[in-house]
Design a protein around this ligand. Structure first.
Ligand code: SAM
Length: 336
């Protein structure tokens, strides 16, 4: 990274940003209540969304300056009509490509993922119970998602399963999810419920890192719970139950943020750069590109403006101020 003469992706705290998450679409085929408000979100008109050529041009600039990993997300990235074209274009860049998906329709994409070198996928599944799945997603697609997770494993992909935990809703499934890793080579990642515009977050609904570990130690002997080495820039704290095939992890953005090693930037489907998931400000990359101007100065300014911790919410008190979430978007239009 630091080999570029003008390191535009390094912020003022010395963090290099080698990881870009691109949201391909604001729409989703599920309606998860923690991700989008019940009444939906105002969608950008098609003309305000990045075309596949624009996605490619913007990504190419980031790669030129040191991005080595790109994750495609949304909304639901697979719902985008030209998803295959976007993927093919990005696969021509020297980057590791990965995808976050709800997996409802991923069985139709196995070949295209393989051909374009996608090896790892993060799949969201918040309950192993069909009725609860329907309650949280407002759609009856549990079987497709579950079977598609098994299909992805069979086809040789590395699969991480994202579980957003909410108190009184699915925290009684923590141990079931850990048992899900017994015979399957997956990593189940428990995510602390985070506040975004319109998702009715409050701290009391969140299941914390320490709550999760308490559940684990109530069910497994301490000596069988192994702490694994986390990868550099990893957002998760990784564990494994002795002799289980897979592993589990905790993403503790609320109680134990990992901002010191953050290397991520986010590009929304309408071409706005967010220097942090929690950032209230955005930089108009698409508008600049369409105006025929260079996007590097905008990228550099956005990176240099990045706060040290969670978009400036450096305390739990600040994170709990609702007006701060209202300045941000709903997760569905950020791209998690
Ligand atoms: N549709 C895809 C999916 O379902 O994975 C990609 C987009 S989704 C916004 C990306 C990730 O964000 C999912 O794993 C989802 O669980 C997570 N997410 C959404 N809202 C969240 C919240 N309030 N707190 C924590 N994670 C959240």
């Amino acid at each position: 990274m630091s080999t570029t003469p003008n390191n535009i992706l390094q912020d003022k705290f010395g963090r290099d940003h080698a990881y870009l998450r691109i949201s391909l679409i604001e729409r989703c085929n599920l309606r998860c209540s923690y991700c989008m408000p019940e009444e939906g979100v105002p969608l950008s008109s098609k003309s305000h969304l990045m075309t596949y050529e624009e996605i490619y041009d913007i990504a190419k600039t980031f790669v030129k300056h040191g991005v080595s990993k790109i994750r495609l997300t949304g909304g639901e990235p697979l719902v985008r009509k030209d998803f295959n074209v976007v993927l093919e274009k990005l696969a021509s860049l020297p980057v590791e490509l990965s995808i976050t998906s709800n997996a409802v329709i991923i069985d139709k994409f196995i070949d295209v993922l393989k051909v374009n070198g996608v090896k790892s996928l993060n799949i969201s599944l918040d309950s192993l119970n069909r009725d609860k799945f329907k309650e949280i997603t407002r759609r009856d697609n549990f079987d497709q998602v579950y079977n598609n997770i098994l299909l992805l494993i069979k086809e040789g992909f590395n699969v991480k399963v994202n579980v957003v935990l909410m108190k009184g809703f699915n925290d009684n499934e923590i141990i079931d999810f850990i048992h899900f890793t017994k015979d399957l080579p997956i990593s189940v990642r428990f995510i602390e419920f985070m506040p975004f515009d319109g998702n009715k977050w409050d701290m009391s609904k969140m299941v914390s890192y320490s709550d999760i570990m308490n559940h684990v130690y109530e069910s497994f002997p301490k000596t069988s719970v192994e702490r694994l080495q986390d990868a550099p820039n990893d957002t998760s704290k990784n564990y494994k139950i002795k002799d289980f095939t897979g592993s589990f992890a905790i993403i503790s953005s609320v109680t134990n943020p990992f901002c010191d090693s953050c290397n991520r930037l986010r590009l929304t489907a309408n071409g706005q750069l967010k220097n942090c998931l929690f950032s209230a400000t955005e930089s108009d990359i698409l508008g600049t590109l369409r105006a025929g101007k260079p996007i590097e100065p905008i990228i550099e300014k956005a990176v240099k403006a990045k706060f040290k911790v969670r978009g400036g919410m450096n305390t739990l008190e600040k994170l709990q101020e609702p007006e701060r979430h209202n300045q941000n978007r709903s997760m569905i239009t950020i791209g998690g």
